[in-house]
Design a protein around this ligand. Sequence first.
Ligand SMILES: NC(=O)c1ccc[n+]([C@@H]2O[C@H](COP(=O)([O-])OP(=O)(O)OC[C@H]3O[C@@H](n4cnc5c(N)ncnc54)[C@H](OP(=O)(O)O)[C@@H]3O)[C@@H](O)[C@H]2O)c1
Length: 241
Amino acid sequence: MIALVTGAGVRVGKALALALGTAGYDLELCCHRSLAATERVAERVRKLGRKATVRQVDLADGAAVDALTSDLRRRHRRLDLLVHNAGTFARTPFPETTRTALAHALEVHVAAPFFLTQGLLPLLRAARAPSIVALGDIFGERPVVDFAAHCVSKAALHMLVRQLAVELAPKVRVNGIAPGVVLWPSEELGQGARDAALTRVPLAREGSPDDVARTVLFLAREAPFMTGQLLTLDGGRSVPL
Ligand SMILES: NC(=O)c1ccc[n+]([C@@H]2O[C@H](COP(=O)([O-])OP(=O)(O)OC[C@H]3O[C@@H](n4cnc5c(N)ncnc54)[C@H](OP(=O)(O)O)[C@@H]3O)[C@@H](O)[C@H]2O)c1
């Protein structure tokens, strides 16, 4: 079994890579800036007895995405699992948001998953039970002030999940996960905001990268009748009270 994970060197992506390696997948690990960290993840995956290759690619660069898919099609005969994990989380107060900032969020969250999937479709279709999982966000379903580019682009990613589920059925299943707080982005939001957010979480804790990894594995291996779904993974935060 072969899986590709984007943003695979740190944080959630690192946990995904290690969980998938443990579950028996050979891995294509994509990174952008975290090359050294991703090489270390690959080394740990190899120690598990699986193959791991590191790819450094800027997913905001369409030509680089196309070059990646071409190379993967030359090197592999099939792809069992594609995980669109890479993401950006930049504060973009609406009055100051530039076209460049919006375009970047859309490139990483929408265009890259769109064209990576398109380019890898022949490999996915050649697998026995292929699956795609995209990491969305609870803020792709509702707005949060000062994060317009993030919310709008994640909302588009959620629609891409639903669209591709229909387009690629019945062979390829496509699902997403919409996490709440998993690892707090301390550079963008302070500790006070974290504590306030956690008071709204019935399960009273942050999610862990392992929570996300287990859900990706569930969607990939244990949910053969599920497609086009966004699973909310937020400790109950979005349950209406
Ligand atoms: N953590 C949370 O609480 C939370 C909450 C809701 C949703 N999510 C979503 O879950 C996913 C994983 O979360 P995370 O917190 O681990 O994400 P993250 O740390 O913000 O970013 C994950 C990876 O995305 C990669 N990336 C960003 N821009 C890229 C680009 N232009 N080209 C290629 N790779 C790029 C980065 O790779 P490099 O490091 O190699 O540059 C990074 O390692 C993301 O999609 C995120 O939006 C997370």
